[in-house]
Design a protein around this ligand. Structure first.
Ligand code: 6CS
Ligand code: FE
Length: 311
């Protein structure tokens, strides 16, 4: 396979290639658009430096409770258990992730259009945005497995054809995140470097990668360098906290060795100016529940009656 001229971040080649500095800004808005929103200049500068931001107690507990009720209902729902967007833990029937959740649930759809969240997204991406992917992650007590170190952008670029680094993930915790239940770990500053990963991508790689990722994982030397430089942060906090992280920030999480489940909502905004092309790994596109190609028009803020606090 030849490298395409529109491929700014070549990856998944047979031989190792060197990592390099990202070619895209981290905060895409400038001037008035940059200062016009809920994120302060201090917050924006921190996001530029670290590649993530944390807001404890972003969502009201009553709303968190309703999302948790929804999760319990999904776990009992046979249709959902069997649906293609539901990924179970390796070798088990326990749910690991449910993808496409904003199309399944009105409550979730409204949350993706929360006026405050959308205003933050516009500040970060410097444009309108749409949902590239959404999901709930479950990490059941004792049995929840972890996620290896990776950059989401590396996968979205190779397997979904996302051209540039102009996407951002919003993760809202539905349970307390503590050191024992496998919280998200991030490497501050890692978003500034693109680490190409080695190995051709087999067709339908997602069927195994969503249970355990083997490709799109940086090698130990690159990881070592990034972590020596930036360290590791594992934000902990009560349910309802918001973690915003840039699409190229290296992250991972451990298995849940505690009896306390760890669940979170996760949605990815992509700029309307960064629409998906053909996957750069040369394969056919992944299913829509992983990389949405259909509903890519600008999200509009939910009206006041639909908002976060009245829910
Ligand atoms: O393949 C994906 O798109 C997903 N996989 C991981 C491990 N993280 C991000 C994304 O949801
Ligand atoms: Fe990820």
């Amino acid at each position: 396979m030849d490298i395409r001229t529109d491929d700014f971040y070549p990856t998944r080649l047979e031989r190792p290639t060197s990592s390099f500095e990202r070619l895209d800004p981290v905060v895409h808005s400038t001037g008035k658009q940059r200062s016009d929103g809920p994120l302060s200049e201090t917050g924006l500068a921190q996001y530029e430096r670290d590649g993530f931001l944390v807001f404890n107690q972003f969502l009201d507990q009553t709303i968190v409770e309703r999302f948790r009720d929804d999760l319990r209902a999904y776990e009992q729902d046979d249709g959902i258990l069997r649906s293609e967007g539901t990924i179970t833990e390796p070798g088990k029937q326990e749910i690991r992730s449910i993808f496409g959740i904003h199309e399944l649930s009105d409550r979730f759809d409204r949350l993706t259009r929360d006026p405050k969240i959308l205003a933050m997204v516009h500040q970060l991406l410097g444009s309108d945005a749409y949902i590239h992917q959404s999901r709930i992650n479950f990490k059941p007590g004792f049995h929840g497995k972890g996620f290896d170190w990776h950059s989401d952008f590396e996968t979205w670029h190779a397997e979904d054809g996302m051209p540039r680094m102009r996407a951002v993930s919003f993760s809202i915790t539905l349970t307390e995140n503590m050191p024992f239940n496998g919280p998200l770990m991030l490497v501050p500053g890692s978003h500034k470097t693109f680490i190409p990963c080695v190995g051709r991508t087999p067709e339908d790689n997602y069927q195994s990668s969503l249970k355990k990722q083997e490709l799109g994982v940086p090698n130990d030397t690159d990881l070592d360098r990034m972590i020596e430089r930036g360290g590791i942060k594992a934000p902990t906090g009560p349910a309802g906290s918001l973690i915003i992280f840039e699409c190229n920030t290296l992250h991972a999480s451990n298995a849940n060795m505690s009896p306390w489940p760890r669940s979170n909502l996760f949605f990815v905004y992509n700029s309307v100016e960064n629409q998906l092309a053909q996957p750069f790994c040369g394969n056919k596109p992944r299913p829509e529940f992983l990389g949405n190609r259909t509903n890519t028009t600008a999200l509009q803020a939910a009206g006041p009656r639909e908002s976060r606090r009245t829910g």
